[in-house]
Design a protein around this ligand. Structure first.
Ligand SMILES: [Zn+2]
Length: 339
């Protein structure tokens, strides 16, 4: 009995260390990469062409476009699907990530007696060029800029925005008609939020648009709704990671990437690229098309984050301990390990 005991004990220690090590290795080392958030106050509404960060196609929830920030010319969502698949009239396309919730929202609106249609949904960069030029020509640039986004700056280019109408019509909903009121009350429950609310022009830069909704997913939409902030403020405060003046990426406060970040090809791999000529970004050192990739963080060794290092160390210690205990038993039988 007593000759087996020490080995059993060592084996238990080893097993515990292995379990602990495996557990630690499985724990993400940091918060999600997209949860960076800007420092400093919301930038004033001024016209600029700073490439927004994040803007990877997988970062769709967190991508801010406004008067300042752009996704650039080459941004084309990879998963556009027809709005008709969601039971919304009017044609057009939306990203597939929004389809299920749009479908659920359309069904609920229909059940309420206010079925949904669309006037406009996904618009390419080129379509926005034509549209904005037409408005600028017809109304003058200074007026147009208050109700139409410049190319590259439109939420429609993200494939996440819809200008809603009552089904079967091509007239925007208002803030007072039944469909518009239903959307204003219920949209957020399905992940859709009004981008340009009434009385917020100074904050969101565009005039009140009771028809223009953008999709965020139910969870984030509920958070933004509860915050009482506009979507521009919320994205800026929580996710936008670029200096609004220099166009430089903001330093991340927690520079340790989690294993999921490293594994996900979308976090930086599918960021649309842009011609440097396109952006009017005044930053001298960084070309506008440059894709910001998180550099190897300072806190890692051998490419391992701290929990993985600790886990590895525990494993080594446990094995050394086991070998030592077995060796001890062989040299001095009958001694030690007695309670
Ligand atoms: Zn719109």
């Amino acid at each position: 009995m007593q000759t087996i005991r020490p080995r059993l004990r060592a084996a238990r220690i080893l097993a515990a260390a292995v379990l602990l090590g495996a557990g630690l290795m499985a724990v993400p080392a940091a918060t999600p990469s997209s949860a960076r958030g800007a420092t400093g106050p919301l930038p004033d509404c001024r016209l600029d062409d700073i490439l927004t960060i994040p803007r990877g196609y997988d970062d769709w929830q967190h991508t801010l476009v406004d008067w300042i920030f752009t996704v650039g010319k080459s941004y084309v969502p990879p998963d556009l699907v027809s709005l008709s698949r969601a039971g919304v009239t009017g044609g057009g396309q939306v990203r597939k990530v929004a389809l299920n919730d749009l479908k659920a929202m359309a069904a609920a609106a229909r059940a309420h007696g206010t079925p949904l249609g669309s006037v406009s949904s996904y618009r390419s960069y080129q379509t926005q060029v034509s549209l904005f030029n037409m408005y600028a020509k017809g109304y003058g640039f200074d007026a147009a800029i208050l109700f139409s986004a410049r190319p590259g700056h439109s939420e429609h280019q993200l494939g996440l925005a819809i200008d809603f109408a009552a089904a079967g019509t091509s007239t925007f909903v208002s803030g007072t008609d039944r469909t518009g009121r239903w959307l204003a009350t219920n949209g957020w429950k399905y992940g859709w939020l009004l981008s340009y609310p009434e009385g917020k022009q100074k904050v969101v830069c565009l005039n009140y648009e009771p028809w223009h909704y953008r999709y965020y997913g139910r969870e984030l939409a509920a958070k933004i709704h509860a915050s009482g902030l506009t979507t521009r403020e919320y994205l800026w405060q929580n996710f936008t990671a670029v200096d609004p003046t220099t166009g430089q990426p903001l330093a991340t406060p927690t520079p340790v990437p989690s294993p999921t970040d490293l594994a996900s090809p979308g976090s930086s791999g599918d960021v649309p690229t842009d011609s440097p000529l396109e952006s009017a970004s005044p930053s001298p050192g960084v070309s506008a098309g440059e894709t910001p990739v998180p550099s190897s963080p300072a806190g890692t060794l051998f490419g391992l984050d701290p929990p993985a290092l600790v886990a590895g160390l525990l494993l080594v210690l446990a094995v050394v301990g086991l070998i030592a205990s077995v060796g001890l038993r062989r040299r001095r039988p009958g001694s030690g390990y007695r309670r």
